[in-house]
Design a protein around this ligand. Sequence first.
Ligand SMILES: *Cc1c(COP(=O)(O)O)cnc(C)c1O
Length: 464
Amino acid sequence: MTENLAGWQQADRQHFLHPFTDHRQLGERGTRVITRAEGVYIWEAGGQKILDGMSGLWCVNLGYSRAELAEAGCRQLRELPYYNSFFQCTHPPAIELARELCELAPPGFNRVFFTNSGSEANDTIIRLVRYYWSLLGKPEKQIIIARRNGYHGSTVGAASLCGMPWMHAQAGLPIPNILHIEQPYWFGLGGDLDPAEFGRRIARQLATTIEEAGVDKVAAFIAEPVQGAGGAIIPPATYWPEIQKICDHYGILLIADEVICGIGRLGHWFGSQHYGIRPDLMPFAKGITSGYQALGGVMVSDRVGDVLVEKGGEFYHGFTYSGHPVACAVARATLKVMRDEKLVERVRDAVIPAFSSRWQKLAEHPLVGEARSAGLIGGLELVPRKDSRNRFPKELKVGERCRDFCIEQGLVMRAVGDTMIVAPPFIISNEQLDELVDKAWKALDLTRQSLGQARGKARSQASG
Ligand SMILES: *Cc1c(COP(=O)(O)O)cnc(C)c1O
């Protein structure tokens, strides 16, 4: 295995263009080759065992060694490895999965459109929302309002919904009729306002933007219940009720992007339920197969679904692999494990409290300005002084340092600027949570020490 390592790294550098990667930097720093995984751990070629605090990319919620999921996939591969659901055809795995999802969803959700990813789910959303309004005789309702620093995927449509200007700049995005309002990020943007007041004010931007654009032009608002990729941004309690009120008042569609928050991560089947939101559409992906297969989709409420069916006409949209039977079979196995083991209840009543109490301890570290969590999503804000919310100079790359020290300690914790984030698997034990927090603390210590050195060096260079 180790003999292969250098060869793999070389071939990787030569041939494999990685997603969201600076390829020159990757060539210089090299890659870690992950060869196997078990439970909440991954192993590198060469042997290092690493606690996966991110559940892969927010998806391997059941951990890496679920035989039930592998077997369900194998069985389906032997029985019916593929058939499409175009042209009046269908197959049992997609039918059964659609039915099960509608049983788990809040009342009023009785239909599902399948895709292969969260990005495709959000592209579907753009198409569906605009089609819905045109079926109702309001084709001019085209504008979808999203949020700065929101993440909705990387296809052209989904990336347009994202509020990440560097993604837009590279590709001439967003597509027309997408607007962005501010995110409910109190630690970064709250200024002197208390979180409750800040949450209300940021939410009111939705009303202002609808008024400015004209309600006859606005189709929908999309947001993640908790922002994941943007940095584990948890809205103040006042935010979602205000957003719901505004959407109701103007009659625009509310879309909760459940790709991370859905399927249990906030202790409910859907993250919207945690916040008492009543969305009209819910894109999902990631945890639906625990990451074992590529599957996404959109939960469609009766408000939208009934119009689609009753008005008729073809919706010119779909994918070769929409509702892929193997992916659907693995999703059904995932939901079965979750139901049989009462995992959503266990996450809510045991794992989340165990996680949040330990995570909160990290707030005592001198480098940490805030330790926050919602469900099994945690964020840490790294700051130079605990008594203010001022940030480190960007060029110190404090978050990246901390991430690298985490890996050295055998922990995957992600950095978004100087915000550290985790999203542990649902099956993590209390001992493993202790390990996660101990390693994070150690990495914070090492980060702080390295900054002392960096600052010392800067001073001596300045004086010399
Ligand atoms: C990851 C993510 C997506 C995109 O999903 P892909 O499967 O990577 O296309 C969309 N929305 C949210 C909230 C996500 O976290």
